[in-house]
Design a binder for this molecule. Structure first.
Ligand code: OXD
Ligand code: MN
Length: 591
C-alpha cells in the first residue's frame, strides 16, 4: 500500500486493518489518517478544514468553537430514491425499500470508488453507538474522504480509540465506506448490506446520507440486527419526566423527520408546572431491549444532536439554543455580517443583510428563504443543560410509554391511548404524516409512515410489524402506547393547540396513565382524556373549545384513514401479520 499514514494506526484488529488495506487499494488515497478522537486531533482537523474552505469559523466571542458549512446545493436532504437495501432475497428488503442484489451493487459501487480518493486523505473513523460497556452498544468504523464527516461523527458518536477498546479482536463491527465522488445526484447511492453488516455511501456529503452511524447503522442495519438478536431499533426520542416529588418516568416517542422530536425531547414545562422537569436522553433514535425485570430498557446510541435549525428559538426550544451556543457545526443556515448564524423562526429579527445558505446576498425582501428549510445544527449532547444523568447509563432506562406522533392538520386527535400492545402496534403501523423538507419529496402530502420508520426500516416492513408483536412476549411490563398530534388546524387554518412547552399538559396525562392515575374515556379510537383531565392553569388566553376541536374525531375522516392504510396493507400483504387485519376490523366495527 503506497498511501502515507498519519495518526497512530491505533488498532491491531486484523479485520479492521485488512479492510482498511482493501479500501485503500481500491480508492488509492494519498494518505490515510487513523482517527483517535483526541482533542489535539480535533484541533488539527478543524484547522485543516478551515484552510480547505470546508468550514468557516463563526464569531468565536459569540459562538466559541462553532463553525459554518455550506453543502452542495443539490445535496441538502436524505434521498430515499437513492437508498437501497441489498439482500440476497428481494423479499427480505420488502416492497417499501429499494432493492438491488448485493453482488450487483458491490460491483457498481466498486467501479465508482476505484481511484476515488486519489490525491485525497482517507480517514478511518472508529466509533461506538451507545454508552461504553452497554450490552446494546455497537461498534462501527467509517472510512471517509470527507473531513466534515469526521468532525461531525466526532460530535454525533463516541468516536475514537474507545471503540477499538470495546471491539478488541472481534470481527463484529459495522463497515461503512463513504466516498464523496463529485457529489453528483446521478452518482449518489446509499447502499446497505445487512447480511454483511456493511454500508457504502457515495456521491453525497449530507448528514443523513453520510454520518453512517446514524440512519444507516443505528436504524437500517440496527433494525435488521434487532430482529435477529431480540431488540428494537426505533426512530424515537427518549425523555424522562420528573415529578416535583422526584419520581422519574421514561417515555420514547416516534415522529417522522422534522416533526418536532428535538423540541419534544427538550421540552421545558410551563410555569404552572412548578417542580416538574423534563430530561433529555435522546432526540432521534432509541435502541430498546427487554431487561431481566421484564421491562423494556432504552439507550440513545448517539452522542449529539443533528437537528433542524429553522423554527428553533428560545421560545420553541431554549435547551436546543443553549446546546448550540458552542462547539457546534452549522450547515446551510444563513451567515450574518458579524459572523453569527440566523434562520427563519430565530428569536433575532431578520438581519438587514446576510449571506443565504447558497452564499448569495440576502435581505428581508428576498423571495427565497435565507436558511435552507432542512439546514441543520450538529451539537454535542453534553451541551444540553437538561441532558439526563441516565443518558450514559449502560443499562438504559425503563420505558413506561411509547408515543407515536404525526404531523396532521386534520383527522388525528391531540392524544389517545391504545387499548393494548397489539392495538398500539396497529396505531403505529397505520401512522400517516405530512411530508417535510427532511427528505426530497412533495411537501405537505400525507404519506403512510409506519412507526416513523418508512425510510429507515432495513428489512421487510411486514416482518417488522411481526417483530413488534413478538417482542410483547419478551416484555412482562409492556409500555403503554399513545398517539399524539400537535399539528391539527381549525377551519381558519390556525393550529388548535399551542404545542411546544404546553405539550407538557398532554405528557403529564400520559405519565399519569402509565402510573395508573388520570381519568380517561373509552372511544372507538382508544382511551382519551376525560373532562378536565388536562391542567390548563396558566393558559388563560386559550380557547377551551379549541381543545375539544383538537380532540374531536370524525367518522368520515377515519373511514378515509382506514382506506389509506389499506394501500400499505395490500403492498405488504404476503408478510402482514393477521393481527393487524383483525385490529382494522375491530376499529371499523367500533365505528
Ligand atoms: C434526521 C431525519 O435527520 O430523520 O433525523 O432526517
Ligand atoms: Mn430522524
Amino acid at each position: 500500500m503506497s498511501a502515507k499514514s498519519s495518526g497512530a494506526a491505533n488498532t491491531t484488529n486484523p479485520t479492521v486493518t485488512a479492510w482498511v488495506d482493501e479500501v485503500a487499494h481500491l480508492t488509492r488515497p494519498e494518505r490515510i489518517h487513523w482517527c483517535d478522537g483526541s482533542e489535539a486531533e480535533k484541533e488539527a482537523l478543524t484547522k485543516l478544514a478551515v484552510e480547505l474552505g470546508v468550514l468557516t469559523p463563526l464569531n468565536q466571542t459569540k459562538r466559541p468553537g462553532c463553525y459554518y458549512h455550506r453543502s452542495n446545493a443539490n445535496d441538502v436532504a436524505r434521498v430515499e430514491q437513492c437508498t437501497f437495501i441489498c439482500t440476497s432475497n428481494p423479499e427480505d428488503a420488502g416492497p417499501t425499500n429499494n432493492w438491488m442484489a448485493p453482488r450487483d451493487m458491490y460491483a457498481k459501487l466498486r467501479a465508482l470508488c476505484e481511484g476515488a480518493m486519489r490525491g485525497r486523505t482517507m480517514y478511518v473513523v472508529p466509533y461506538l453507538m451507545g454508552p461504553p460497556g452497554s450490552p446494546l452498544t455497537k461498534v462501527g468504523v467509517e472510512i471517509t474522504d470527507s473531513i466534515y464527516v469526521v468532525l461531525s461523527m466526532r460530535i454525533m458518536t463516541r468516536m475514537g480509540s474507545a471503540a477499538y477498546a470495546q471491539l478488541g479482536n472481534s470481527p463484529n463491527f459495522n463497515r461503512g465506506l463513504h466516498c464523496m465522488l463529485d457529489v453528483h445526484p446521478d452518482r449518489r447511492f446509499i447502499a446497505h448490506f445487512p447480511e454483511d453488516n456493511a454500508v457504502i455511501s457515495v456521491g453525497s456529503n449530507y448528514g443523513g446520507n453520510v454520518l453512517l452511524g446514524k440512519k444507516c447503522l443505528a436504524l437500517r442495519i440496527g433494525s435488521w440486527l434487532g430482529r435477529k438478536e431480540g431488540w428494537m431499533a426505533e426512530h424515537m426520542l427518549i425523555l424522562g419526566v420528573e415529578s416535583p416529588t422526584g419520581e422519574k418516568t421514561f417515555v420514547a416517542a416516534a415522529f417522522p423527520s422534522a416533526c418536532g422530536k428535538t423540541n419534544f425531547a427538550m421540552l421545558v414545562p410551563p410555569p404552572a408546572f412548578k417542580g416538574w422537569k423534563v430530561w433529555t436522553i435522546g432526540d432521534d433514535i432509541a435502541w430498546m431491549k427487554p431487561g431481566p425485570d421484564g421491562k423494556l430498557y432504552a439507550i440513545n446510541p448517539e452522542a449529539g444532536y443533528f437537528g433542524v435549525a429553522p423554527g428553533t428559538s428560545m421560545k420553541s426550544n431554549p435547551n436546543a439554543m443553549k446546546s448550540i451556543a458552542r462547539d457546534t457545526i452549522f450547515t446551510n443556515v444563513a451567515l450574518t455580517p458579524d459572523g453569527d448564524v440566523w434562520w427563519e423562526g430565530h428569536d433575532a429579527p431578520p438581519p438587514k443583510e446576510c449571506l443565504d445558505w447558497r452564499g448569495q446576498k440576502w435581505t428581508p425582501d428576498s423571495k427565497e428563504k435565507a436558511a435552507h428549510p432542512n439546514s441543520r445544527f450538529c451539537a454535542p449532547a453534553a451541551n444540553n443543560p437538561m441532558l439526563a444523568p441516565e443518558a450514559s447509563d449502560p443499562n438504559g432506562v425503563p420505558i413506561s410509554a411509547i408515543i407515536f406522533g404525526a404531523r396532521r392538520s386534520t383527522t388525528m386527535p391531540l392524544v389517545y391511548q391504545a387499548f393494548n400492545w397489539i392495538h398500539g402496534v396497529y396505531v403505529g403501523a397505520t401512522m400517516g404524516s405530512e411530508m417535510t423538507a427532511a427528505a426530497a419529496g412533495v411537501l405537505g402530502q400525507v404519506r403512510l409512515d409506519p412507526m416513523a420508520m418508512l425510510p429507515f426500516c432495513g428489512y421487510n416492513m411486514g416482518e417488522y410489524f411481526l417483530h413488534w408483536l413478538r417482542m410483547r412476549k419478551l416484555i412482562t411490563h409492556p409500555p403503554r402506547i399513545f398517539h399524539v398530534n400537535w399539528f391539527r388546524k381549525g377551519e381558519d387554518g390556525k393550529f388548535l393547540w399551542p404545542g411546544f412547552g404546553e405539550n407538557m399538559r398532554v405528557l403529564k396525562w400520559i405519565v399519569d396513565r402509565c402510573r395508573g392515575g388520570a381519568n380517561a374515556e373509552e372511544t372507538p379510537l382508544g382511551w382519551v382524556p376525560g373532562p378536565n383531565a388536562f391542567d390548563l392553569t396558566g393558559m388563560e388566553d386559550f380557547n377551551v373549545d379549541d381543545l375539544a376541536r383538537a380532540q374531536s374525531f370524525n367518522v368520515e375522516e377515519w373511514r378515509n384513514e382506514v382506506v389509506k392504510s389499506n394501500e400499505l396493507f395490500l403492498k405488504l400483504y404476503s408478510h402482514l401479520p393477521k393481527e393487524l387485519i383483525f385490529q382494522r376490523e375491530l376499529l371499523v366495527s367500533r365505528f
